[in-house]
Design a protein. Sequence first.
Lengths: 298, 380
Amino acid sequence: MSTASPTALIAEDEPLLALALQAELQQAWPALRVLATVGDGASAVRQALALQPDVLFFDIRMPGLSGLEAAEELAEAWPTQGPNARPFPALVFVTAYDQYAVQAFEREAVDYLLKPVQAARLHKTVQKLQQRLAHVAPGANEAKIAATRANDFEATLTQLRGLLRLGLSGDVPAAPSVTPAVLALSAVAPEPLKVLQVSVGTSIHLVAVPEVVYFEAADKYVRVLTAEREYLVRTPLKELLPLLDATQFWQIHRATVVQASRIDKVLRDEAGKLQVVLRDRPEKLPVSRLYAHLFKAL
Amino acid sequence: MSESSPRTLLQHGLQTATLNALIALAIMVFDDRRSLGVNMVYSQCIGLLIWLLIEAGLYLLVQDRARHWRRLVAIVPLSVVLGYVLGTLGAELLLHTHGVGYLSAEPRKFAGLLVVSLLAGAAMTYLFLSRAQLQAERQRAEVALRLAAEARLKLLESQLEPHMLFNTLANLRVLIGLEPARAQTMLDHLIAYLRATLSASRASTHTLEQEFARLQDYLELMAVRMGPRLQFSLTLPPELRQQVVPALLLQPLVENSIQHGLEPQVAGGRVDISASVQGTQLCLQVQDNGVGLAAPVVDVTDLAGVAGATGVAVLAVQKGATCETGTAGAAGSTDASGRGFGLRQVRERLHTLYGSAGSLQVENQPGGGTCSRIVLPLQA
């Protein structure tokens, strides 16, 4: 595996740029084998799981899943335990000029490349990657390797969480009108949302936010579930989230935000995955790896 | 004066006091029966009181100078008479010379000095008002200039979206090594696009033929980037080529179709742009088969207003009929995907140029994707 030549996967929706990155990598890191190049986020997750490369180059803005969402999904599905366990690949995000993204990357100390990719910058990134791959290479003892891997993975999860919290999503390109306004609102107005106005048919229902057991993103919609009823709203979850009281409403999954006081208990299954059991509803809600740290006290 | 600040008020007061002093001196020249000091007290008492009354009158009754200026005809003489009488009484009180005033002793002189006061009051009012008007006009001109510059900058910013520019340059960089001839063609499109964008930001107009040529530049650039994921067509009937339209009016619509319609789709899609005549109107249409408009989201500023006003944050959300039909919300309102910015800009330009005769409608198509339609008057 990594004892042989290191391997990489490129996810980039613009064919010429994918080609170019591959060519530049060949110059900067001749030993690196690019196993595949894909053009969208969902394929990136699929191929990464199938090919298990050492390094991932993910474009941020891709159709379907963004680079960040793909990384999140991959982290969720990656085998970290058992016989198939492999170290989580080193992640490098690639983006064209995008000041929000760059600020977010800098803040979370995430590796990133700017398009057009410059040779000098790529060289630096390659050196960092080589160092990182070297310290999980064989030679050190088993336990130490496992510990390093776990640390690296934990660090990656923290970084992804940070990027998601900063509202970095590839699918709304620099959205000048929406995202900063929502962010600004959440910054200036600490007053969290108290009532949701949901129109059902011809009437408008007022749903008190404390009554909400959980929110669940479904496609472009959000399901709002109270103990008795279910409503559908068309505001994306990521826009709803900043308006909620963060101490009350916890994001436990990309698609789920649950009211902490409505949680009965959290179960851990054989695979180590967490599930939230609710007080007022029968469903069990999966907790993604990214948010498992919320329930560390268990 | 409606925009009198403490500073201008003080300035006016000092200028009035100076005029009063000059009048006192002048009276001395014609009538040396009183000392300069006595004249000065009278003059200042009367002059300053008249001035204050006029200022108060203007402040209370002449808020809008363009509409209320006729009131000056009443305010100035009334203030002068009132100020003159009260000022005289005040001066007599100050000098303990009660009853020695002109009114009883020398009615002719009293009338003469009243006329002097009237002339002085009118002159000063005219001077102050015209100066304030000049300043207000200068301010208005500055504001207008700033607004125009802001609008231009916004247009430029939205059209020269950095992400688009850098991605295009990145593609160009690759093409130079790979296919120099194609790189040259791409560069030509980029140059034409940049030139059009920069001149359009100076709020010009051009013919529909040029408009379509610039859209083609943009689409060719995007086609290099997106490869087979982008197909497009441009349909311009020959008789409409010379119609004059605001430069790059359609650009934000095409950009929306690509960025928010096609780019999110793995398979991409197509954009069809066409011009046609509908009765006496010119109809410009941008159609795509992308993901369609998302639901309208709440206006965040409104939300803040509501939260601030009532202390309770309320989020108004609309429930869609069903996920499957995906009907559009209020056409063109800000939707979750960030299209709103470009649409607002197109609407503003249409409104400025054509008033109610120009309109933009954006809606989801039954078969998926969006259709944006601009209607404006057809030129003869």
